[in-house]
Design a protein around this ligand. Structure first.
Ligand SMILES: *[C@@H]1O[C@H](CO)[C@@H](O)[C@H](O)[C@H]1NC(C)=O
Ligand SMILES: *[C@@H]1O[C@H](CO)[C@@H](O)[C@H](O)[C@H]1NC(C)=O
Ligand SMILES: *[C@@H]1O[C@H](CO)[C@@H](O)[C@H](O)[C@H]1NC(C)=O
Ligand SMILES: [Zn+2]
Length: 487
C-alpha cells in the first residue's frame, strides 16, 4: 500500500487530537476557575429586632475539633475550662465542617463571607483578594480586626469603617519560641482598644509606631463608635496554626496553646462585658481549618475539615434540645465525618449541632440584625439562635431571600449571555414562583400569624420548655422549626 495515501488523515488526526485536548484543558479553567462572586445584588435587611448589639468572633487558626474538645474536657475535670463550660452550660456547640482546600484564606472567607473559596484566588496564592467580596465586617456599622498580617487585611483593607491591628511578619517566624504569644498579642490589643476609649487624651507618645491603634480617635469619639449597634470585633489567633506546623497537633506546645486561647477568650469576655455592661454582646468561637497529625493542612480528611464552633451571649441559645444527635453530620460534601461525639469530650448531655462552615456567616449576620453577606451560600443554623418564633421566621426569610437573589441574578446573567440564549436558556423551573412565594410568606408574617400561634409553638423549638410559666415541657414537640443543615 502506498504510505502517502494515509499521510494526510494521520496528520489531521494529530492536529484534531491536540485541538480537542486544548479545548478540554481550557474548559476546566472556564468551568472551575471562575469566581463564584455574583455582582449586582442588593442587601436584604432582616426585619426582626437585632438580638445583639455587637459580635466578637474568635477564629483560632488551625484548631482541630477533637483536640480542642479533648483538652477542654481535661481542663474541665481540673475545673478551669472556660470554653468547655460554655458548650456545656451557656451556649450552643457543634462541629463546623470546612471544605478543602483547608487553607486559612478559604476558611476565613467561608466563616465571614459565607461562600467557599474563589478558585481564581489560587493565582494569588490564596493571599490577596483577586475579586472583592462582601463579608460580615463589610456589613457591620464599625469593625475592628486583630491578628496576622496575612488574614486581617483581607477583611479590613479598603473599608472605611474597619480598622486592623496586625503584628509584624517577623513575629510569625515559625522557628521562634513561644508561638502562643501571637494569641496573647491579639487579646492584649483588644484590651488596648477598649482602654483607649476611656482615655481623655492621646497616649503619651501618639506616634508610637508599635501601637496599631495610633490612627484611631481616643475617648468619647471611639467610645461612641464602639457602642453603636452592629459592631464586629474579629480576633484572628494564629498561635495554634504555627505550633501545629512547628510541633504537630499532639505536641505539648499545641495543647498548651489551646489552654492559652481558652484563658484569653475568658479574659476577653470579661473585659467586653465590663466595658459595655449591657449583656448585648454575642460571641462566636471557631477555627478556619484543622491540622493533620503530620502538622499540615489542605486536604479533606476529618483532621483538617472538622473544627469547633461555639456561640454564646446575646441572641444565642443554650436550652437543651431533645434530639441529642440530630445535629451530627454523617457526610459533608462527600468528605466522611469522623463519627458520633466521643464520650471523652464530656459533652454528652449538651446538644451538638453541626454546621457547614459557610453557615456561620448568616448566623453572625442574624445575631447582629444586619444583611447576610451578599454571596453567602450558608443556611442559618437556627438551633444556635434563641429568638421568639416570629423573629426566627423573619431571620429565615431574610436568609431565603438573600439566597434567591443570587439565583435570580445568575439566571439573569446567564440568560443574556450569547451562548445560553442560542441554546434557549430556561430558568430552573422548581424555583419559578419562589419570588412570589417569599413575598407571600413575608405578608403572612407581617400579618402576625406566628404571634397568634399557641405558646407551645414558640418553646417547642428548644425541645424542653424555656418558659418559666410552664415548667413541665409539653410532650414530643411537633411544631418545630427545621434545624437547617444538609446531610
Ligand atoms: C461593602 O459594603 C458596602 C455598603 O456598606 C457596599 O456598597 C459594597 O458593595 C460592599 N462591598 C462588596 C465587595 O460587596
Ligand atoms: C447581665 O447578666 C447578668 C447575669 O445573667 C446579670 O447578673 C446582670 O444583671 C445583667 N446585666 C444587665 C445590665 O442586664
Ligand atoms: C407557578 O405558577 C404558575 C401560575 O400560577 C403555575 O401554573 C405553575 O405550576 C407554578 N410553578 C411551580 C413550579 O409552582
Ligand atoms: Zn489557617
Amino acid at each position: 500500500m502506498d504510505p502517502s495515501s494515509y499521510q494526510l488523515p494521520v496528520r489531521m488526526l494529530v492536529v484534531l487530537g491536540v485541538v480537542v485536548h486544548l479545548l478540554l484543558v481550557a474548559s476546566i479553567f472556564d468551568i472551575h476557575f471562575q469566581t463564584p462572586v455574583v455582582r449586582g445584588l442588593d442587601p436584604v435587611w432582616p426585619t426582626m429586632e437585632a438580638p445583639a448589639q455587637r459580635l466578637v468572633i474568635f477564629v483560632a487558626d488551625g484548631l482541630r475539633a477533637d483536640k480542642f474538645f479533648e483538652i477542654g474536657a481535661q481542663r474541665h475535670r481540673a475545673g478551669e475550662a472556660f470554653l468547655h463550660t460554655i458548650a456545656r452550660e451557656r451556649g450552643r456547640w457543634g462541629v463546623s465542617h470546612a471544605r478543602p482546600p483547608t487553607e486559612s484564606r478559604p476558611g476565613h472567607v467561608a466563616i465571614l463571607g459565607g461562600f467557599y473559596e474563589d478558585p481564581s484566588a489560587i493565582t494569588k496564592g490564596w493571599q490577596a483578594n483577586p475579586v472583592e467580596f462582601d463579608h460580615i465586617l463589610n456589613r457591620s456599622s464599625a469593625a475592628w480586626g486583630i491578628g496576622s498580617p496575612d488574614i486581617v487585611p483581607l477583611f479590613t483593607k479598603g473599608i472605611a469603617h474597619a480598622s486592623g491591628a496586625m503584628y509584624s511578619v517577623e513575629l510569625q517566624d515559625f522557628s521562634s519560641a513561644a508561638l502562643a504569644q501571637l494569641d496573647v498579642w491579639a487579646f492584649d490589643r483588644l484590651e488596648d482598644l477598649l482602654r483607649r476609649a476611656g482615655l481623655s487624651a492621646p497616649p503619651a507618645d501618639p506616634l508610637d509606631s508599635d501601637d496599631p491603634w495610633r490612627d484611631l480617635p481616643v475617648g468619647t469619639e471611639l467610645d461612641h463608635r464602639l457602642r453603636q449597634s452592629g459592631v464586629v470585633i474579629f480576633l484572628h489567633l494564629l498561635g495554634l496554626d504555627s505550633n501545629g506546623h512547628a510541633y504537630r497537633p499532639s505536641s505539648e506546645e499545641y495543647l498548651a496553646n489551646i489552654a492559652i486561647v481558652d484563658e484569653g477568650v475568658a479574659r476577653t469576655e470579661r473585659l467586653v462585658q465590663e466595658f459595655f455592661g449591657d449583656n448585648k454582646t454575642a460571641f462566636i468561637f471557631t477555627a478556619d481549618h484543622g491540622m493533620s497529625n503530620k502538622g499540615s493542612h489542605g486536604d479533606g480528611s476529618p483532621d483538617n475539615t472538622e473544627t469547633p464552633l461555639l456561640s454564646w451571649g446575646a441572641g444565642s441559645d443554650h436550652h437543651p434540645i431533645s434530639d441529642r444527635e440530630a445535629g451530627f453530620h454523617q457526610h459533608v460534601d462527600g468528605c466522611p465525618a469522623r463519627g458520633p461525639t466521643p464520650p471523652e469530650w464530656l459533652l454528652d448531655h449538651a446538644m451538638r449541632m453541626d454546621v457547614d462552615q459557610a453557615d456561620i456567616a448568616p448566623l453572625a449576620a442574624s445575631l447582629l440584625g444586619r444583611p447576610i453577606p451578599l454571596n453567602s451560600v450558608g443556611l442559618l443554623p437556627t438551633a444556635y439562635l434563641n429568638l421568639p418564633l416570629p423573629a426566627m421566621a423573619e431571620a429565615m426569610l431574610a436568609n431565603a431571600r438573600q439566597l434567591l437573589a443570587q439565583v435570580a441574578r445568575k439566571a439573569e446573567v446567564a440568560a443574556t449571555s450569547c451562548i445560553s440564549s442560542a441554546l434557549h436558556f430556561a430558568p430552573y423551573s422548581p424555583l419559578a414562583n419562589s419570588t412570589e412565594q417569599l413575598l407571600q410568606t413575608r405578608d403572612l408574617l407581617q400579618s402576625g400569624v406566628l404571634t397568634r400561634l399557641p405558646e407551645r409553638g414558640a418553646t417547642s423549638h428548644h425541645g424542653a420548655s424555656s418558659n418559666p410559666l410552664s415548667p413541665a415541657p409539653s410532650p414530643a414537640p411537633d411544631v418545630r422549626l427545621p434545624c437547617v443543615h444538609r446531610t
